[in-house]
Ligand binder design. Structure first.
Ligand code: NAP
Length: 481
């Protein structure tokens, strides 16, 4: 049976979902709010934007890429990969750009979607692949609107804006700020980094991948698979297990790396100000072998005096100093865990997902929600966000959703498949019980891993546990009507 499936979002997870549903023979439409595909890699165009997952892990298994030019790919190269993959997998032609889904309502046995351009029809199944980090947060600093020059969020970089010769201010010290400062410090006249909380920074070189090696990958895909296995073991086996309290030795190695990296800061005062007071790995680890060089440049300043306000000329700090600037970048992160927002999602009996998830987002195995049959998530609640490859995790979730689609179509007419409330409760109780052992919960920091209820909302087990949990749906966990 062919199902009529809507995918919301044409980022990395939406492309994966659409590719698999199309390959399974379903009639698939992808709704994308923007003018092109790409998700986070379309939105983030700041200088130095790159992925902190090894490039050879950052790909779909069904669209291998021998052509990565560096060990950690830059944003533009990833966007180009997604473009190619969407074309090769037959997804590009399924995308309806410029159509944001505003409402999804279960009417009888189908989901009716309304987009910014009107009624989009009824679907047997909906896959929400809307991303976690897509709603920029601008800080509530007095005078934010008064700055005279360009002032913008890191994910809203003005087309063509270069920082060479300018006095640049960057607020924030996460992955985005660190990459911007590392890339811009050399050309800028001055760079002021406004730090509220220092970060642990893990050093990994980003080496080019030689042309001969790329040619060998293309000629012998087996080599690529071997590299993938090797990297998978390092990232998923050691790194990720360390963060969830399952590999203390590996966590000690990560800490040693971060401390050795920090020791490269020569000035003891600067080093002290850059030293976090929480456990390594508690906040999402920043990956950079360039940042400490950048911040030690004579034209760079680390500002730790709290920000008092923003004025037309620059940023005023609490001690009274005015930091005069030409450009101000808010690398202040995202309003996370907005899996379905701003779409209104109305399930069985008019249940409103917004209300149900007002404080905490709960799902069964990160994919399905009681009361919302045939409406599934990629990158949903408790998806692994602790340094796994998002493309790999999206693929695992899409595989599970394919299993759910099989349950839906297992009959003469499409059936309604929703998780049982008790199964979902039991699943979430297990998640909650496991969370305290993770470094995110126990490490003494605050971060975007915490949801509105103050709970860490990531995946508290290993990568193997994750893929095993999604091997195939257990019909006993679902109501099938
Ligand atoms: P982030 O990690 O949430 O960092 C936001 C930064 O802004 C923090 O340093 C925060 O300080 C600071 N901040 C927020 N409000 C502030 C205020 N009012 N005054 C002063 N400082 C303020 O955001 P991000 O750097 O954009 O990164 C988000 C996530 O995106 C990353 O963790 C990562 O998962 C992903 N990402 C990945 C890459 C990559 O692959 N390399 C690159 C960019 C982003 P506090 O710590 O004190 O709250």
């Amino acid at each position: 049976m062919t199902l009529r499936i809507a995918v919301i979002g044409a980022g990395a997870s939406g492309i994966a979902a659409a590719a698999r549903m199309r390959a399974a023979g379903h009639e698939t439409t992808v709704f994308e709010k923007a003018a092109r595909l790409g998700g986070t890699w379309r939105e983030n165009r700041y200088p130095g934007v790159a992925c902190d997952i090894p490039s050879h892990l950052y790909r779909y298994s069904f669209a291998p890429n021998p052509d990565w030019t560096t060990e950690y790919a830059g944003g533009a190269e990833i966007l180009a990969y997604l473009d190619r993959a969407a074309e090769a997998l037959g997804v590009a032609g399924l995308i309806r750009c410029g159509e944001e889904v505003r409402r999804a309502e279960l009417q009888g046995r189908r989901w009716r979607l309304t987009t910014t351009t009107g009624d989009a029809g009824a679907f047997d199944m909906v896959i929400a692949a809307m991303g976690v980090l897509h709603k920029p947060v601008l800080p509530a600093i007095p005078g934010r609107e008064r700055f005279a020059g360009p002032a913008f969020h890191s994910a809203r970089w003005p087309e063509g804006l270069a920082l060479d010769g300018l006095r640049v201010g960057v607020i924030g010290t996460g992955s985005s700020a660190t990459q911007i400062v590392s890339a811009a410090a050399e050309g800028a006249a001055r760079i002021d980094l406004f730090q509220r909380t220092p970060q642990w920074i893990f050093s990994v070189p980003n080496r080019p991948i030689a042309e001969a090696k790329r040619a060998a990958f293309a000629a012998e895909p087996e080599r690529m698979r071997n590299l993938y296995d090797l990297l998978g073991e390092a990232m998923n086996g050691r790194f990720a297990a360390a963060l969830v309290g399952r590999n203390p030795e590996a966590l000690a190695e990560i800490e040693a790396n971060c401390r050795a990296n920090l020791a490269r800061v020569r000035d003891p005062d600067l080093r002290a100000r850059l030293t976090p007071d929480y456990a390594v790995g508690c906040k999402r680890l920043v990956i950079s072998d360039r940042f400490y060089d950048a911040i030690q440049r004579p034209n760079a300043r680390l500002v730790t005096d709290p920000i008092a306000g923003i004025e037309p000329e620059g940023v005023r700090t609490a001690g009274g100093a005015l930091h005069a600037l030409d450009v101000l970048v808010f690398a202040t992160g995202f309003d996370t865990f907005n899996f379905h927002r701003p779409t209104t999602v109305l399930g069985r009996g008019g249940r409103d997902l917004d209300a149900e998830w007002a404080v905490s987002s709960r799902a069964l195995r990160s994919v399905a929600v009681p009361g919302f049959p045939n409406f599934f998530f990629v990158g949903g609640p408790n998806s692994p966000i602790g340094n796994f490859s998002f493309l790999m995790t999206a693929e695992a979730q899409v595989g599970f959703i394919e299993g759910l689609a099989a349950l839906i179509e297992d009959g003469g007419t499409p059936r309604l498949v929703a998780p049982r409330e008790e199964a979902t409760q039991a699943w979430n109780a297990r998640l909650e019980a496991a969370m305290p052992a993770t470094v995110w919960a126990a490490g003494g920091c605050s971060s975007w891993y915490f949801d509105r209820s103050g709970k860490v909302a990531s995946w508290p087990w290993t990568y193997e546990d994750f893929t095993a949990s999604l091997a195939r749906p257990n019909p006993a966990e679902f109501e099938i009507a």
